[in-house]
Design a protein around this ligand. Structure first.
Ligand SMILES: [Co+2]
Length: 349
C-alpha cells in the first residue's frame, strides 16, 4: 500500500509547489486532497473545453482512452470481522491518524526472519488473489477471499481500519492509481487490476502488489503493465547498502521516459516492518533527496506509471485515487531487505 506524499510537509513544499505550502503536520491527508480536488475539478473543466483539438492533433492516446468506460464507485459490503486471537496493529481502533513513522526499519536476525515470514505470506495471498481475477468476479469477492486467507494464517489484513480504510485489500482497476476500495463492481473483460496485499504477522508487516489482466487485455495496457514491472525490477537491482535512495527514482523515471509513460509523484514507497509506513520516503521519480540504504533495512518500492496524466484525483470516499484524464495506471510493489551484496525480495512465494 502506497504512502501519501502529502503526509510529509518537507517534501510537499519541495516538490508539490505552492498549492500545498499551507499544510502542517496536523492536517490530514484527506483535507489536503479535498483541497487539491477542488482545484483539479476546475482545471479539468477548463482543459476539457480547450483540449479537444489538441487531443485530436497530438494525443491519440487520450482519444483511445475515451472508448473505455470510466470507473464508477460500487457498493461497499459491511465490515468483515477478524477473530479475537489475531493481534491487531496499533493503529486499528486508535484515534491517532497513522502517518509515516520516523526512523528506518533496520532488523536483527530474528526481525529478518519475521519479515521473511510476513513477506512470504503476503506474496502467497497475492498469488492466490490473482487466480480469482476473471470477468464477472467482483472486487468485493476478492476482498472476501483475501481476508479469509490472511486470518486463516493467523495474520491481520493491514489495510483494514488503517486510517479508516474499510476493507482488507486495495483493488485498483484501470485508471485507479491506488487505494481502490473493493466493491460490487464486477471485473470486465479487458480490465487491468492492481491488487495490493499487506499482512501483519507476528508484529511485522509485509506489503506487495501486482497488476493482473482480466480476460483479453489490449496491447496498450499490456505494455504499460510490462514496463511498470520492469521499472520495479530495475529499481530493486540497483539497491545495496550505501546506495542513495534517489537512485531508485532515477532508475524508474529513466525507464518510464523511454516509453513516454508518466510516473505518479504523490504516492511513494516507504519503510515497512514493525510499522506499516515508516521512513524512508521512497520517491519513484527523479529527485535530489539525500539518504542512503542501510544493511538489514526493509522498505517498499512501488512505482505507479500512467499512459496519460500523472495527476491524481480523489473520489469522495477519501481513498480511491484515479488519473485526472481517466487514462490507465499500473503498479507493482515489493518489500525488500537490504543485504551485504544487494537486496533480497521478501514478498516472494
Ligand atoms: Co506499500
Amino acid at each position: 500500500m502506497a504512502a501519501a506524499l502529502s503526509m510529509q510537509p518537507r517534501i510537499i513544499s519541495t516538490f508539490m509547489g505552492d498549492r500545498f505550502l499551507f499544510s502542517t503536520t496536523t492536517q490530514s491527508l484527506h483535507q489536503l486532497f479535498s483541497y487539491n480536488l477542488g482545484r483539479q475539478r476546475v482545471s479539468m473543466q477548463t482543459s476539457r473545453t480547450l483540449s479537444g483539438l489538441t487531443n485530436f492533433l497530438f494525443n491519440r492516446r487520450n482519444l483511445d482512452e475515451k472508448k473505455r468506460k470510466r470507473l464508477r464507485p460500487g457498493k461497499v459490503s459491511p465490515y468483515r470481522p477478524v477473530p479475537d486471537h489475531i493481534t491487531r496493529p496499533p493503529y486499528v481502533n486508535s484515534r491517532q491518524p497513522p502517518g509515516i513513522a520516523s526512523g528506518p526499519e533496520v532488523h536483527d536476525e530474528k526481525g529478518i526472519e519475521c519479515m521473511r515470514a510476513s513477506g512470504r505470506l503476503a506474496a502467497q495471498v497475492l498469488e492466490y488473489a490473482g487466480t480469482l481475477v476473471k470477468p464477472g468476479v467482483t472486487t468485493d469477492e476478492i476482498d472476501q477471499a483475501v481476508h479469509q486467507m490472511i486470518i486463516d494464517n493467523g495474520a491481520y489484513p493491514s489495510p483494514l481500519g488503517y486510517g479508516g480504510f474499510p476493507k482488507s485489500v486495495c483493488t485498483s482497476v484501470n485508471e485507479c492509481i491506488c487505494h481502490g476500495i473493493p466493491d460490487s463492481r464486477p471485473l470486465e473483460d479487458g480490465d487491468i487490476i492492481n491488487i495490493d496485499v499487506t499482512v501483519y504477522l507476528n508484529g511485522y508487516h509485509g506489503d506487495t502488489s501486482t497488476t493482473f489482466f482480466c480476460g483479453d487485455v489490449d496491447d496498450e495496457a499490456r505494455n504499460l503493465v510490462k514496463v511498470t514491472k520492469e521499472c520495479l525490477d530495475k529499481a530493486i537491482s540497483v539497491c545495496a547498502p550505501g546506495v542513495e535512495y534517489r537512485k531508485i527514482g532515477k532508475t524508474i523515471h529513466d525507464h518510464a521516459d523511454k516509453y513516454r509513460y508518466g510516473v505518479v509523484q504523490q504516492f511513494v514507497g516507504h519503510g515497512v516492518g514493525r510499522v506499516f509506513h515508516a521512513d524512508p520516503v521512497v520517491l519513484h521519480y527523479r529527485n535530489t533527496d539525500g539518504g542512503r540504504m542501510m544493511l538489514n533495512q526493509t522498505f517498499t518500492i512501488e512505482p505507479m506509471l500512467t499512459i496519460g496524466s500523472i495527476n491524481p484525483v480523489m473520489w469522495n470516499d477519501d481513498w480511491t485515487v484515479v488519473t485526472q484524464d481517466g487514462s490507465l495506471s499500473a503498479q507493482f510493489e515489493h518489500t525488500i531487505l537490504i543485504t551485504q551484496d544487494g537486496a533480497e525480495i521478501l514478498t516472494q512465494c
